[in-house]
Design a protein around this ligand. Structure first.
Ligand SMILES: *Cc1c(COP(=O)(O)O)cnc(C)c1O
Length: 389
């Protein structure tokens, strides 16, 4: 197909035209069960009525003013975020990378140090700072020289952590579940080591909750489940349910580093974005919604283990809440293709992990349907594999 777009994405041959809840319809009228959710973005499902009406109302009143003005929506959304996290202050931006960029700047300015430790297989974004924080060579290729003083260590290796962090370290930056990196979970022991090391060297803990946050793992934020208390939390993806918005949430002691004129954004936290985020957080932070994510997630994971556990191509089903991965012994590209043909949209997370991110509001019967499709596809692929073997 002729296109005037830079070929930065290996796009699939599907043109979505409309969507509602977990259902997505393409230009041929084919209906899909969307268990990608725009990559953990449309957590409340496509076109959630509360978010639609909140944005619609705001659209008729005021779209944008400069951050030189008081913006009521920002005050309200900031309040929601600090009420449901260990943070005290919020800075609004437009994406995950921007939130992490702000986190790196805040860590440097507040500590006066430059060394940042992050993890291999991590993903923090594509801007120069967030790319440097990302511990994957393939993301860096051709874009050097990188921002200096980043060190990458393996997640869940407490020894490496203790041997790398020093008095010169400004911050340690982590994901609680590495999303792009393959649905890899941080262990409880490692979380304990993070606490110890941060305390010992007085460095900041930055938790990138861009993918795991906003209810995705069954709690408002994933760090809660490991008993962590990050100095900085970054969010984006699910915050606007599809309206571009990101945020950095930081602790009281960092307040004085972000003085007037020190950091900013033209669009960050504009009234339309805040109308979306306000409606999203009102829904997502309801205890009954978060509980339902835990319940559905546990059920779904157990069901996948039951149905696919015996498959020769499945290594492991892992994840928390509705952020699940099926680690395979083979490349998942053909599995994903077959799922799509059968009307189920799922993603890869690295070459050998299938990533499943249903909307948090997916119904039990939609989860059942997804399991059925996955079972069919895995059986088919396994048969083909054994023919080849
Ligand atoms: C997607 C993602 C980002 C980058 O977010 P953008 O909005 O694409 O800039 C950063 N961190 C994590 C953990 C992500 O999953």
């Amino acid at each position: 197909m002729m296109s005037a777009l830079f070929p930065t994405y290996a796009r699939w041959d599907i043109t979505p035209v409309k969507a509602k809840g977990s259902k997505l319809i393409d230009s041929d009228g084919k209906e899909y069960l969307d268990f990608i959710s725009g990559i953990a973005v449309c957590n409340l499902g496509h076109c959630h009525p509360k978010v639609v009406s909140s944005v619609e109302e705001q659209m008729k009143k005021l779209w944008h003013v400069s951050n030189l003005f008081q913006i009521e929506g920002q005050e309200q959304v900031a309040e929601q975020l600090v009420d449901h996290s260990v943070g005290d202050y919020v800075f609004f931006c437009n994406s995950g990378a921007e939130a992490n960029e702000a986190a790196i700047k805040l860590a440097r300015k507040s500590t006066g140090k430059h060394h940042i430790v992050s993890l291999t297989n991590s993903f923090h974004g594509r801007t120069l700072g967030s790319m440097a924080a990302t511990g994957q060579d393939k993301i860096h290729q051709g874009f050097g020289p990188l921002l200096t003083e980043f060190t990458y260590i393996e997640m869940n290796d407490s020894e490496a952590l203790k041997n790398t962090v020093t008095e010169k370290t400004a911050a340690i930056m982590v994901e609680i579940i590495q999303g792009e990196g393959g649905i890899r979970l941080m262990s409880d022991e490692y979380a304990e080591s993070l606490k110890t090391v941060c305390e010992q060297f007085g460095c900041l803990l930055i938790v990138d909750e861009v993918q795991t946050g906003i209810g995705r793992t069954g709690t408002a934020f994933a760090y809660e489940q490991l008993g962590l208390s990050p100095d900085i939390i970054t969010v984006a993806k699910g915050l606007g349910n599809g309206f571009p918005v990101g945020a950095l949430i930081g602790k009281e002691r960092l307040k004085d580093a972000f003085t007037p004129g020190s950091h900013g954004s033209t669009f960050g936290g504009n009234p339309l974005a805040m109308a979306a985020a306000k409606a999203v957080l009102t829904e997502v932070f309801k205890p009954e919604l978060l509980e339902s994510v835990q319940e559905k997630g546990e059920w779904f994971k157990a069901e996948l283990e039951k149905k696919l556990g015996d498959s020769k191509i499945v290594e492991e089903v892992r994840g928390k809440g509705l952020m699940l991965g099926i680690a395979c012994h083979i490349e998942v590209a053909p599995i994903i293709k077959a799922c799509i043909e059968n009307g189920l949209l799922v993603l890869p997370a690295g070459p050998k992990v299938l990533r499943i991110l249903p909307p948090l509001v997916a119904t039990k019967s939609e989860l059942v349907r997804a399991c059925e499709i996955l079972l069919t596809v895995f059986q088919e692929i396994e048969q083909k594999q054994s023919v080849i073997i």
